[in-house]
Design a protein. Sequence first.
Length: 158
Amino acid sequence: MVSSKLAVASRAAFALAFFGLEAFGIYFGQRAPDRTFGFQMFNESSRVTVRLFREVARKKRRVLVPLPDGQWQAPDARGDVRDYAWSTRARASSLWVLGRSVHARYGLDAQLFRLQAALDDAMRHIPEDTQTLALVAEVETSKNGQPGPLVRLRADRP
């Protein structure tokens, strides 16, 4: 009798914990910017076109230098010119494709979130580039076939 009450209580506790974790996963998954743990049977049909720029100082002004292929050269602290490439830090194909419209996996918000994270990561990993003050991405967006806003993301030198 005691063991059957214990078995019922343990099953109820397990079911409560299981369904509680499921509910938390659904709640968190729909609110996370990149929809982690979230499932959408029919994802949105969004596209992005990313154009990458470096912000540098020229004649006491800040100017944007386009990086159509994501590669550039800049001097380090000793004055030696070094090569840099966006694709060495942005590994996902939807992030390193520049100037071409690509499908925004997991939705527009998720793609912009991941692009901002990639810009921040790239700026943290090019400390020897003494010219680049910031990396700037201009993103043309479209959501479900309708043109969206032009979004500008930037990552400044830490």
